[in-house]
Design a protein around this ligand. Structure first.
Ligand code: NAG
Length: 160
């Protein structure tokens, strides 16, 4: 009888341990996996990772996407195009001057592009895909990446 009770307790503890392992990683701000739009392309700018903060993004609250990249040549000016889609449906496009997101010119080597935006309070929670295209001042494609991010419920819609 006692052995059976011990087994029950062991199983319960094991279950709790597994549950905490499953729940903890989702709360951390980890580096997001990035894909190039064209896997075979040899883009002049290489992207090594994206940090989304907060992760998940809260609708109606500012979110920051820090994109770590490397360029072989200095970049004096350019353009950033952001496309957001929700379950494959295009929901949002933004065009920015590169110098709004980072101080130009960018020297050859590593750099971090910090993109901040507030998604509207009515943005439904779920899984989104962000596609970012970077062009130089002569409209030459420097890089094109996409990555997934999640949006959770905001506190309320009325405060946005
Ligand atoms: C994103 O980059 C900006 C500018 O470099 C920095 O101030 C900020 O702390 C970074 N945020 C995260 C979450 O890494």
């Amino acid at each position: 009888m006692e052995a059976a009770a011990d087994l029950k307790l062991t199983l319960l503890l094991l279950f709790a341990a597994i549950l905490s392992l499953v729940l903890v990683p989702s709360a951390q701000a980890a580096t997001t996996d990035v894909k190039y739009c064209d896997k075979k392309a040899d883009y002049p700018v290489k992207v090594s990772g994206v940090v989304v903060s907060p992760n998940p993004v809260v609708s109606g609250k500012p979110a920051t996407f820090n994109i770590s990249a490397t360029t072989g040549k200095p970049i004096s000016s350019g353009k950033v195009v952001i496309d957001v889609s929700y379950f494959g449906v295009h929901v949002h496009t933004e065009n920015h001057d590169l110098s709004e997101e980072i101080s130009c010119p960018i020297a050859a080597g590593k750099f971090v592009l910090s993109h901040s935006q507030t998604l509207p309070g009515f943005t439904p929670p779920g899984s989104y895909t962000l596609k970012m295209t970077l062009e130089d001042g002569n409209n030459q494609l420097l890089t094109c990446i996409s990555f997934k991010f999640s949006i959770s419920f905001g506190s309320s819609v009325s405060d946005s």
